[in-house]
Design a protein around this ligand. Sequence first.
Ligand code: ADP
Ligand code: MG
Length: 575
Amino acid sequence: MIRLLDASTVGQIAAGEVVERPLSVVKELVENALDAGATRIAVAIARGGLEAVDVADDGAGIAPQDMRLAFARHATSKLARADDLTHIGTLGFRGEGLASIAAIAHVRLISRRAQSEIGYAVDAHELLVGEPEPIAAPLGTRVVVRELFGNVPVRREYVRGPAAEFARISTFLATLALAYPGVTFSLSHDARPTFVFSAASGLAQRLAHVFGPVPARALIELGAGEPASDGLPRVRGYVSAPGVDRGDRRMQLLFINGRLLRSTLLAGAWSAGYATFALANRQPFGVLFVELAPEHVDPNVHPTKSDVRLRHPEAVHDAVRRAIVATLARDAAARMRDALAIAPPGVSAYRGAPAALGDVGETTLADGFAWNGTAAGSAPCAAPAPAGPAELRILAQLDETFVLATDGRALVLVDQHAAHERVAYEAIASRALRGDTASEPLLIPYVVELDPDDALRFEHSRASLAEAGFEAEPFGERVYRVVATPAGYGARAFDMRAYIAGLGDDVPGLDARERVWASLACHSVVRAGDELEHAEMTALLARLVRCDNPMHCPHGRPTIVRIEADAIARMFRRT
Ligand code: ADP
Ligand code: MG
């Protein structure tokens, strides 16, 4: 028998799409506060939100005669006609937030507008919406939601414990706050304050909260890029420096027109932007704010509005990639300049202030990045800053051993093996120390037999090797089977005997564990005699100058040597 469902069941079904868990309530209420132009939003949660979600703002408020209507489904002040759906400039527009929440909880709405001396309160639950009653209230709106899912026991079963639900709320709110630095946000749980992000303290505090204080320091602000012209996406944000990365994409945060979206939407653009900088299986992190003309974004895709349809996804993808490439190239050039100012002992020191180089026809570092992994001619914003930093130009590879470069003042020689060793060592060590190692199982494990001395030395180093992602297991007496290598290690075969010989090297300043990593780095990188492509040389130098200690390999040998033009002049007896 077919029956029409009663109105309260219909309401609960519809609410199910919007309100999945306590976080959904917070999201709807905070979006309403932002749409109302609030400059302060205070969120108080009790027992993970199941007992209460309380969101207070200082926004425009709701007129008393509109308060009951606000609870009607499809009632909104944000759209006037269907046409408005093509250019949505607010976070909400479906008019079902408050209706959905009231369908599955007890709601009290209190609001006062600037033109009124007094506020009004309305209580709503399921289909019952009370009359506005006068009440003393601060300017703005406060919504208190109690007994969430009290009338939908099945929903309660999907909700986790208060701590887990609160964690979601806290992560969401801190992340959302990144896009609204002018708004003060506060959050508390069971009356204990969790955070206060004041508008005055700016973005730095929010970045440190979301990414962690140490990774946040490695964020680079995206360059201003090209001025936003009509219809073109504008991209702002912060991205991680190459070499500081994560194993997953979860921290690639994305806002489009102030809306926090699935991070994977532009995952390909992130990867393309980092193409020449990143290690395999490692992911950059950061936050992108993309702004588009509203008619180019359709947020009316999903009831929770956490997805959008883009009119020109390729244009957005391209703008993001170009912004990242330009920023990393600029940053690498600056790093290079700093690194080159510290000459190793015995080599004449860098002197004098950097001067503009003028237009030299060779490939610049910035070009090198743009060239690999991006369409040719697509890097107009990768041009050096007007101040004219002394950029390093890669000239050639010498004897398949050295990279030759110049900053216009000196000939710069880089030992490709020592440089790569330094890069690999710092990557291995920093990940092992963070406990954030990714290893990659070998498709075909290989087996080595060692003589008794070597077997003993190898046995001592196995735990530290495993910390670096390198796994070898005993496979008979003095026989080991190599089953996994550090992620990004590539197919390069590991020379176990040379590695063990390297363990014996006495390296001043390194402890036993670091010696293992140094030897691993030494035997996992390009060697003298390997031919390198231009892009590989560029990427190698870009990563070298990112290192904490770029001037020496872990064994203490120099990585970079400068020969100043005046020293060359003396060779030609020109002084
Ligand atoms: P929507 O946000 O999609 O319009 P809601 O059900 O969330 O739908 O809200 C309905 C209406 O109530 C809004 O259009 C707005 O006019 C009003 N409203 C809700 N919350 C607030 C608030 N915090 N401040 C001012 N007005 C609000
Ligand atoms: Mg809303």
